[in-house]
Design a protein around this ligand. Structure first.
Ligand SMILES: NC(=O)c1ccc[n+]([C@@H]2O[C@H](COP(=O)([O-])OP(=O)(O)OC[C@H]3O[C@@H](n4cnc5c(N)ncnc54)[C@H](O)[C@@H]3O)[C@@H](O)[C@H]2O)c1
Length: 376
């Protein structure tokens, strides 16, 4: 039963505290721990501070803030999480560390308790491998900031039990989230399907277009923020690390090419907002160029192609991909909705033209999956 379930959280950094807040705010009792004493000791204060903005805005009564903080109980060791029906780990991004934590938890939790990893880049199967009860392990991928972002990707590995998925989904939905099943593939849905938003913009930049006009074209097409402004927000170094990670996980396929322009930006030290200058930050937005619609169509064609490849690999649905991209990235439409609105023939034509004039290092980048090209 989801109601009344105790939720465990391991790791009280950015994500762990946010996840603890999500469940405590929804009325769950939350037990949480961290390997270090300092984040354990500061967690209740940090949670109260996180809620204070809403108290100050008159959106949250002080008593509700205090009740939320009271539902978070900090414990000293992972073993103290034993009453939890579901433990979500948000510790460092390291498979052996996550595996060791789950191995310790298995010894103390109820046999039907669920172990969820919030990993962004590790395979859930790899985290589960070798555990006594791998069937109780799954991924619950929250987005940052967890209290504000509605999307949670739910990842099953091949051996995850249906009842474990059902419990994770039930409690996460009860905490107000939209849960989208995602395959246990690198980048899951959002981090993978987002790559062309940045990558194709970087390809255009390397062809001589300016970052400002590319951003303006995407804003004119309905996107809240252009690809370069988004890299500036995330940090070019973080974006580069995510791109390199996915490129390696996908065997260096040119669809995940790491563009020199991104590496050069990182090398320049102009990483974005955090350093005071990025690709476009802090400049005022530009006007869209005359061919803005063509630039946006090109980026949307490559976004649609990546989504089609993921769809062809199984474990997700077109609707799931579209919903995840709208909620995870604030896109005005999902990549497969974009495919439908532009029309398959238009998208295939754009991809074919790009492929035919692709330089050697990008050959193969624009090839659609067979399922997509066969529907023409
Ligand atoms: N930051 C993001 O945007 C984001 C988004 C989605 C997923 N994630 C994933 O969430 C996880 C946590 O990321 P974060 O940004 O919150 O990291 P963070 O560095 O802010 O926090 C990690 C916390 O885990 C603690 N910790 C480390 N090893 C531990 C252990 N063995 N047992 C208990 N606690 C331990 C650390 O002391 C630290 O407080 C990572 O797997 C990351 O990939 C991060």
């Amino acid at each position: 039963m989801a109601e009344g379930s105790v939720i465990g959280v391991a790791g009280l950094g950015t994500m762990g505290l946010g996840i603890a807040q999500v469940f405590a705010q929804a009325g769950f009792a939350v037990l949480a721990t961290d390997a270090l004493a300092a984040p354990r000791q500061s967690a209740p204060t940090r949670l109260a501070q996180a809620l204070d903005a809403r108290v100050a805005a008159g959106k949250l009564p002080l008593a509700d803030r205090d009740a939320t903080v009271a539902r978070l109980r900090i414990v000293d060791t992972p073993e103290d999480l034993s009453p939890a029906a579901l433990v979500i780990e948000a510790i460092l991004e390291d498979a052996p560390a996550k595996h060791a934590l789950f191995a310790a938890l298995e010894g103390v939790l109820a046999p039907d308790a669920v172990l969820a990893t919030n990993t962004s880049s590790l395979s859930v199967a790899a985290v589960a491998q070798g555990l006594a009860r791998p069937g109780r392990v799954l991924g619950l991928h929250f987005f940052n900031p967890a209290p504000a972002m509605r999307l949670v990707e739910l990842i099953a590995h091949k051996g995850t039990e249906v009842s474990a998925l059902a419990l994770a989904r039930q409690v996460t939905e009860a905490a107000g989230k939209t849960v989208i099943p995602s395959p246990d593939r690198p980048g899951f849905i959002v981090n993978r399907c987002a790559r062309p938003f940045y990558g194709e913009a970087l390809a255009l930049l390397e062809e001589g277009r300016s970052a400002a006009e590319i951003d303006a074209a995407m804003v004119a097409a309905g996107y809240r923020i252009g690809p370069f402004a988004l890299i500036d927000l995330i940090g070019a170094d973080i974006n580069l690390a995510a791109t390199e990670g996915l490129a390696a996980a996908m065997g260096g396929h040119p669809r995940y090419h790491v563009f020199d322009a991104l590496r050069a930006q990182v090398a320049s030290g102009n990483l974005g907002r955090k350093t005071g200058r990025g690709f476009v930050f802090p400049d005022a937005p530009a006007s869209p160029p005359a061919d803005a619609a063509a630039l946006a169509l090109r980026i949307e064609a490559v976004l649609a192609n990546e989504a089609a490849w993921l769809l062809s690999e199984g474990g997700t649905t077109a609707q799931g991909i579209d919903t995840a991209m709208k909620l995870g990235l604030n896109f005005p439409r999902g990549p497969l909705e974009g495919l439908r609105s532009h029309g398959l023939q238009t998208i295939l034509g754009v991809l074919a033209a790009l492929e035919s004039r692709a330089p050697a290092h990008l050959k193969g980048r624009y090839m659609p999956p067979l399922a997509l090209s066969e529907t023409q």
